[in-house]
Design a protein around this ligand. Structure first.
Ligand SMILES: [Zn+2]
Ligand SMILES: [Zn+2]
Length: 304
């Protein structure tokens, strides 16, 4: 178990208890539940095992969470038959493209046995493997001949992603940091950048729908789109059955939250909340510590 977050946990524990007490006074309002519907384990590019993540979320007082690994639901198999200290909503974060940009869709409340979903996840895994092979070929041209083996070893069975190649480049001493790995090799327009052929928005929403879940547009502000562009994305997303958007993703300014809340109402999308937690100490948000939804938003958790 990594020791860094245990320390952080101890530091924060009394604050959590106070926070929970305040919320208990408003327990009639479902919006005041402590929830977090976007987080990653080491089954994708997160640092903690599924069990460590559950224990951390429990220590933070989370009442409902969803683990949303990239194109993987392997965490849920690892947690099968274990007693959960909170309500665990089955989820997954799907990668897709829209108008040439990578966009992420979180599926929540999924039936993980659904055959359309299972087949869809397999096709996303295939796309990931093809991309991994292409990145390795391009890195070989840059002199890194064992990139696939190196990145796969770091992934340790998790879905292979660009962050694993970035970690490989850091471990090789080729770059000083993960950011530099993207800046020099893996980012858009760099020598080892590969565009992945993910399933399109419509297919992904169809898998989520088939599995009885709700499709949520992940971290809308992260795409750095103009408001006009983001509106077009929301129109396209609604058209193919999108049902919700993350009104709160990680740490954001109040004005940004108000803007996202306005969009969710305009497009009649329910509102979700998620930290996009990957590891303890990440700068953008701590697990289970996301702000509450504005009062006039329709919480996505009213579905379950
Ligand atoms: Zn994402
Ligand atoms: Zn994520």
């Amino acid at each position: 178990m990594p020791c860094g977050w245990v320390w952080a946990l101890r530091q924060n524990f009394s604050t959590v208890r106070e926070h929970t007490r305040v919320l208990a006074n408003h327990s009639g309002l479902r919006k005041n539940l402590i929830v977090d519907f976007h987080m990653h384990t080491c089954c994708s590019d997160g640092q903690l095992t599924p069990r460590e993540l559950i224990d951390l979320a429990a220590a933070r007082g989370c009442e409902q969470i969803a683990i949303t690994d990239h194109d993987s639901v392997a965490a849920y198999a690892q947690l099968a038959d274990q007693v959960m200290p909170m309500r665990l909503i089955r989820g997954c974060e799907f990668s897709t493209q829209w108008q040439g940009r990578e966009v992420h869709i979180v599926g929540l409340n999924l039936d993980l046995q659904n055959i359309d979903l299972v087949a869809g996840l397999q096709s996303q895994r295939n796309a990931r493997e093809v991309r991994g092979g292409r990145i390795a070929e391009l890195l070989a041209k840059q002199g890194f001949t064992d990139a696939l083996a190196g990145a796969s070893a770091l992934a340790a069975g998790a879905s292979l992603g660009r962050p694993h190649f970035a970690r490989y480049l850091v471990a090789r001493g080729a770059v000083p940091s993960l950011q530099q790995a993207f800046k020099r090799y893996l980012g858009v327009g760099k020598p080892a950048y590969v565009r992945t052929e993910w399933a399109n928005l419509e297919q992904i929403c169809a898998w989520i729908d088939a599995a009885g879940g709700i499709a949520v547009l992940a971290h809308p502000l992260k795409y750095k789109m103009t408001l006009t562009k983001l509106r077009s994305l929301l129109v396209a997303f609604k058209d193919v059955g999108g049902g919700a958007m993350e009104v709160i993703s990680g740490a954001q300014q109040t004005a940004q939250t108000s803007q996202m809340a306005r969009l969710s109402k305009q497009f009649q999308l329910q509102a979700s909340v998620g930290s996009d937690f990957h590891q303890p100490g990440q700068p953008w948000a701590a697990l289970g510590r996301v702000a509450q939804l504005p009062d006039d938003c329709a919480p996505v958790w009213s579905n379950w």
